[in-house]
Design a protein around this ligand. Structure first.
Ligand SMILES: *Cc1c(COP(=O)(O)O)cnc(C)c1O
Length: 397
């Protein structure tokens, strides 16, 4: 092409292009809605469902597919889809596999917004939502209408580790699809696609990449992983027709953080165990909840499931009944290093308080009465975190 004279056109058509042969540690970042076809032949022969064929930004770019492949590999799956948040990954599974008249089973301690989402599906589309106790596989009673079993290991807030093996085995025997919220294990604590000697596997995992993969408390993203090509194709189609897509910049940031995710996970896990042992000695708490603790609900299932006895950086405490909500609020407000906020897996330690009774449907005899406080361990020195909790406890003493 002859030299462009018009400055405005020059501004749009940059003269220099990145060479194809240059290699960098981090993969190149693609930002795209439009992907330019070489010619009409390429346009008419495009395969938008193929991850190595690029047609439009919502269907994926090399940046998003690189991250998707990485997440699938970490979790022990084959295929992965990325969504703008963990909750939208949950939504993708529910809207892809549940139809009018179907029944879905969820544990009582499931991630709260998933329950809200399912209640909404119940009201609008007549999907039946049944609740089971994650510690008692007998409480999961599938019927001929049961389509999907949700699992979460460990459960949200109260951190019970579920009887994964027996629950998954029962679902498999009845031909029911299993989906596990894998955010706590992050694909590191156990392999959801092969967690026992019998190669038991769930069908789908959902992961809030917002937590450990991001590691920065700054980016929202989610994933759905499977090993099954047919399930993947169904999900891919639903993902496409719902217009679910993520930003290339966000994907590149998470890709960058993956290199040190395991190191962060291990450090936070180790520090949490140190904190756990200290918390157990404090007189204010009636119960300390962490799957690695032998008195915690589901400890035996954690032991039979988790590789190298790993666990996420979360520990919850239940205050003795004499400490009412007011005094627990004072304690939380007195903390300096622990910040009051949702989420976890980031560099800054977080605290959140809950009134469990209002959140559970079933009777939970395994949990003591009292206000619950959940600590999420960041990357601070654990001694400083202990000192912080100690000084905040003074307001109660
Ligand atoms: C945070 C979280 C989610 C949702 O992730 P977002 O990206 O915040 O929407 C889902 N499940 C669990 C267990 C979580 O902790």
């Amino acid at each position: 092409m002859s030299k462009i004279q018009n400055k405005q056109t020059c501004l749009v058509h940059a003269p220099r292009k990145a060479p194809q042969y240059i290699e960098t540690v981090q993969p190149p970042l693609f930002r795209a809605s439009t992907i330019i076809f070489k010619n009409t032949d390429a346009l008419f022969n495009r395969h938008w469902t193929d991850a190595y064929d690029y047609s439009y930004g919502t269907h994926g770019t090399p940046t998003t597919f690189t991250l998707a492949d990485n997440i699938a590999q970490i979790e022990g799956g084959q295929h992965s889809l990325l969504t703008p948040s963990g909750l939208s990954a949950i939504n993708l599974v529910n809207s892809c596999f549940l139809s009018h008249g179907d029944e879905v089973w969820v544990p009582d301690n499931i991630y709260g917004p998933n329950m809200e989402h399912l209640r909404n599906l119940h009201q609008r589309y007549g999907i039946e939502v049944k609740i089971y106790n994650a510690l008692e596989h007998e409480s999961f009673q599938p019927t001929s209408k049961t389509k999907l079993l949700w699992l979460e290991a460990a459960g949200s807030v109260s951190l019970e580790f579920p009887d994964l093996k027996r629950l998954v085995r029962k679902a498999r025997q009845s031909g029911i699809l299993t989906a596990l919220d894998n955010t706590w294990g992050a694909g590191l604590a156990f392999n959801a696609f092969d967690f026992s000697d019998e190669h038991l596997s769930v069908d789908l995992t959902v992961h809030a990449l917002t937590k450990y993969p991001s590691g920065g408390a700054d980016i929202l993203m989610g994933s759905v992983v499977t090993r099954d090509r047919k399930l993947y194709q169904q999900l891919f189609r639903m993902h496409a027709i719902q217009g679910i897509s993520i930003s290339g910049d966000d994907a590149a940031q998470i890709q960058r953080s993956l290199a040190h995710m395991q190191l962060r996970y291990q450090q936070q896990s180790t520090n949490t165990i140190v904190l756990l042992n200290w918390l157990k000695q404090q007189p204010e708490f009636v119960q300390v909840l962490h799957p690695a603790d032998e008195n915690s609900p589901g400890h035996q299932y954690w032991k039979e499931t988790c590789i190298d006895k790993q666990s996420a950086g979360l520990v919850s405490v239940i205050f003795k009944p004499e400490y009412d909500l007011e005094s627990v609020r004072k304690f939380c407000d007195q903390l300096r290093l622990f910040k009051l906020g949702f989420s976890w897996g980031g560099p800054v330690s977080l605290v959140m308080l809950y009134q469990l009774k209002e959140m559970r449907t079933l009777e939970c005899t395994h949990l003591k009465e009292g206000v619950l406080v959940r600590f999420c361990i960041g990357l601070e020195a654990v001694d400083d975190l202990i000192t912080d909790i100690q000084q905040a406890l003074q307001v109660l003493r």
